[in-house]
Structures are given as C-alpha cells and as structure tokens.
Unconditional design. Structure first.
Length: 337
C-alpha cells in the first residue's frame, strides 16, 4: 500500500490557506525552501501539479483544489480527534458548499437552502453565486456539493452530473394598485402595449415569457430589462411597469412591495433543479433541501399536466442525466370546463 506523507500534505494545505509560501513558513516556523521542496515531493507522489503562481501569490490548480478540500477534511478530523481524546466538545458542524445560479431569486434561494440549517446536527453552509457554467465547473472538481439552478444541464456542458427536479411554479403578473385597476380587466390581452419590466434576454424565464406573449399575440411595451430579478421588482414597486414573478413568491412580494396580482400564467413555468455528481443525493443537507422543496415550497404548485413531475424521492430523473429532453412545442392551454 502506498502511504501519503501527511507532513507534505500539511505544508501544502498551509500554503493554500495562507496564500503564499512565505506566509506559511512564518506560521510553521520553517524555511521557505524547505516547504517548497516538500510540496514538490507531494506533487511527484500524486503525479499532478498542485500550485501555480499568480503575481506574488500561489493559487491551487484544479487538482490542487481537490487536494486542498481533502486536506481540509483530514486536518479538521485530526483536530476533532485531539479534542475528543482530551474530553473537549468538538462542536464541528457538517459543511456543505452550495452553488446558486445567479438568475434564481434570492428569496427562493433562501427558502430552498434554509431547511439545511434546521437539521438535528449543526450545519455550516457556504453559498457561492455565479453562472451555470462557473458553478458546474466547480461541481466537476468537487469544490461545490450541489448546484441550485433554473434549468437542467445543457447538452453542451461536458460535466458528468445529474439533475434533480425540485419543483415548478407558474408566473404571476404584479403591479401597484393603479396598474392593477388599469390592466386586471381583460387580462391577459390587457397587457398589450402595457409598460413591462422584463428579465434579461437569454434567460429561461424570458424565453418562456416571449413564447407566451407571441402565442397570444401580445406586444407589451418594454420599459426595462434586468439581470437581477429583485432589482426588477424594486423598480416595479415604484409603479413604472408591470412585472412577473414566480407564483410561489406572490404573497411575499405583495407584502414586501405593496403590489397586487394583475393576473397569472400557469403555463409559463419556472423550474428549479438541484444538480449533483450523484444519481441519488446523499449529503444530508442536500437531501433536506430536496425534500423541503418538493413537499413544502412547491407542493401547492405541482402541475404534472403542464409537463414534468415531482419525484417523491430525492433521485435524479434518468432522462435528464446529460441535459434536457427534446423541448416540447409550446402551446397555450385553456382551462377545462
């Protein structure tokens, strides 16, 4: 059996943690050349380059990030072992790193993540926000445990991961009371030429809205486009235009911004996914997120007849392993009599 030299691993972990060989040598009370030699030996043993220089600092490579995470767990367990042997409470919480796609409304992200903090055992969360591409890249090298996204993995993304459907919800159109009085009668046709605050082009919800408007031959007057949904809602609260939001947020936004529903579009679905490298979620925090989303947050907005279904167990949809299925043709559904 080939054994890892944990002294070499400690020196590497300290360099990454402090950001430089010099800072690590000061903390470890060792000469910088000694630390550099030990790290090179670790790289030789693993057969991978672990560090690269950026200016005056060194940063881990992709493999270096993986090694650092393992080292972090190893030395945390070592500290816990010493505390246990000496009769001290460890108090070491379970750690989960959650990637949040930057198009997901912050309120929904909070509601999705909050159940992880209510587990019987203490949990420490780290939330990282970014584009889907950035977060999936971090997921592929295990820098992130689970990614929360508004769409399944694109077929163009070469990441071996699985999609776990959390839920789906229709859209509400909201506005200040003056706009409600003007545009609620005759909805949705009343939205033709109405001042509208829209999500940015290229987002999933924008594509769905554009399809819905086109199917109904509605042409709203776009007065603003926003990357950030909550900034769009802030402008909507001033009364400059009508805005859309996921149906599950309607009550929350009505209280927060003093707005009301003009109408709703149950066919314009916002979907939410947990993406992991596991076919079935195993991390207790990720399982708690999944269970709460499916049985609480989106339980009242399940509409299997509008496409998709919410699974009772936190496993992946096998059809969504590498990306979305062939898109369905969009159609406007009339309510049944």
């Amino acid at each position: 059996m080939e054994w890892l030299n944990y002294h070499h691993l400690l020196y590497y972990w300290m360099v990454v943690r402090t950001g430089s060989v010099a800072a690590a040598s000061s903390e470890l009370k060792l000469a910088s050349p000694t630390i550099s030699v030990q790290i090179r030996r670790l790289e030789e043993q693993l057969g991978e380059k672990l560090l690269r220089r950026v200016g005056r600092h060194v940063v881990p490579t992709e493999m270096g990030q993986v090694v650092y995470r393992y080292a972090d767990e190893i030395f945390a367990l070592g500290r816990e072992l010493v505390d246990t042997a000496r009769g001290r409470p460890t108090g070491r919480p379970m750690h989960v790193v959650i990637g949040v796609h930057d198009v997901i409304p912050k309120s929904i992200a909070r509601w999705l993540i909050e159940p992880a903090l209510k587990l019987p055992d203490p949990v420490r969360i780290t939330c990282r926000e970014g584009s889907a591409e950035q977060l999936l890249a971090e997921l592929s090298v295990q820098r992130v445990d689970v990614v929360l996204a508004d769409a399944p993995i694109s077929p163009t993304v070469r990441v071996r991961a699985y999609n776990h459907l959390l839920g789906e919800t229709g859209l509400s159109f909201l506005g200040v009371p003056r706009l409600v009085r003007q545009y609620r009668p005759g909805f949705p046709k009343s939205l033709h030429a109405a001042p509208m605050l829209m999500p940015s082009p290229g987002t999933v919800v924008r594509r769905n809205l554009d399809q819905w408007f086109n199917a109904l031959d509605i042409r709203p007057r776009i007065v603003g486009e926003f990357d950030d949904s909550e900034l769009r809602w802030e402008f909507g609260a001033t009364g400059i235009g009508v805005f859309s939001a996921p149906l599950v947020l309607e009550t929350h936004l009505s209280r927060l911004y003093n707005v009301q529903r003009i109408g709703w579009a149950p066919n314009v679905l916002s979907t939410f996914y947990a993406i992991s490298v596991e076919r079935k979620l195993k991390h207790p925090a990720a399982v708690a997120i999944c269970d709460a989303a499916r049985h609480t947050l989106f339980a009242k907005t399940r509409r299997p007849e509008l496409g998709g279904s919410v699974h009772d167990r936190c496993g992946a949809d096998p059809k969504l392993r590498w990306g979305p299925p062939v898109p369905r043709q969009y159609s406007v559904r009339r309510p049944s009599a």
